[in-house]
Design a protein around this ligand. Structure first.
Ligand code: ZN
Ligand code: ZN
Length: 290
């Protein structure tokens, strides 16, 4: 596996002209020769980018020069993986595809009705005072949670944000309505949006892990509540926070412990599989194995 550098960030704030912002970002990202995806919506901007560290730094500096994005937290993350070097900058009606663009409201101060923000230390304090009552709710896809998650976290059986919301609306989490719930995800955006959707549906005590697993890993690495590897699905990059990450996943073929996702080798297939080193020589996704 190859070392790679990522820049994952988001900002929720009103963007009066998303198309103009997208034009600027498309030109900037191309000029800096970074790849990945940038999404611009009336509610803000979010990006998963990769590239050499110096080019990502140049891109980050230029992005922060825009007054609307001067406060963004743009820190580089180092991981392992070989993402495909392509760039997409798109305008959508929502930053994360929950399918609820008209429900969520963003003002200059940020998302309206979001859960209370907790930093890594705040999370530890909540768990120390409330103990087992606290529920950590993983707001990511099942494949991301397979190889890394907070100890004891609830994992939605979901392949997309839309699935997570559908399960919420179907009552799958109704047992958590009166418990302290902390939503979390990679960088914090899915957790923040999900926290507002939950509060809108009557969940009484909702928190969100500010800065996501990335912020937690920078603070406590593998010596706190986090276990395993952080898999950045979109970029197919794995991030670990120490030399002793837990190996939580198991090979889809032989069952051996692993945290490595591999792209399916079948022509044109965009699938992947979780495979150990011994089974990775000819990687096939579940659909192509059968
Ligand atoms: Zn195997
Ligand atoms: Zn396949």
């Amino acid at each position: 596996m190859v070392s790679t550098t990522l820049l994952l960030y988001y900002g929720l704030r009103p963007v009066p002209d998303p198309h103009a912002v997208a034009l600027w970002q498309r030109e900037l990202a191309a000029r800096c020769r970074v790849w990945g995806s940038v999404v611009v919506a009336p509610h803000g901007m979010a990006a998963d980018l990769g590239g050499p560290p110096d080019r990502l730094e140049t891109y980050a500096r230029a992005t922060r020069e825009h007054p609307a994005f001067a406060d963004l937290d743009l820190r580089l993350v180092h991981g392992q993986g070989e993402p495909r070097p392509r760039l997409s900058v798109t305008v959508r009606d929502e930053l994360v595809g929950f399918g609820a663009p008209h429900e969520l409201r963003v003002e200059r101060g940020g998302l309206v009705g979001a859960g209370e923000r907790l930093g890594p230390h705040g999370l530890h304090e909540l768990v120390a005072t409330r103990g087992d009552e606290v529920v950590l709710l993983d707001g990511r896809h099942r494949h991301e949670a397979e190889v890394g998650r907070f100890a004891g976290a609830r994992r939605p059986d979901a392949d997309s944000a839309r699935d997570v919301l559908a399960r919420l609306d179907a009552g799958a989490y109704d047992g958590l309505r009166d418990r302290p719930v902390v939503t979390y995800c990679t960088s914090g955006i899915r957790a923040e949006l999900l926290s507002a959707l939950m509060r809108n549906r009557g969940f009484r005590e909702v928190y969100r892990l500010d800065g996501g697993i990335l912020a937690y890993g920078r603070t406590f690495a593998d010596d706190g509540l986090w276990e395993g590897a952080l898999y950045v699905l979109q970029e197919r990059v794995r991030v670990t926070f120490s030399d002793h990450p837990a190996v939580l996943g198991s090979c889809e073929t032989c069952g051996a412990p692993t945290y490595a996702h591999r792209d399916c080798v079948a022509p044109l297939c965009r699938g992947w599989a979780l495979l150990c080193n011994a089974c990775a020589d000819f990687a096939l996704c579940a659909a192509h194995r059968n």
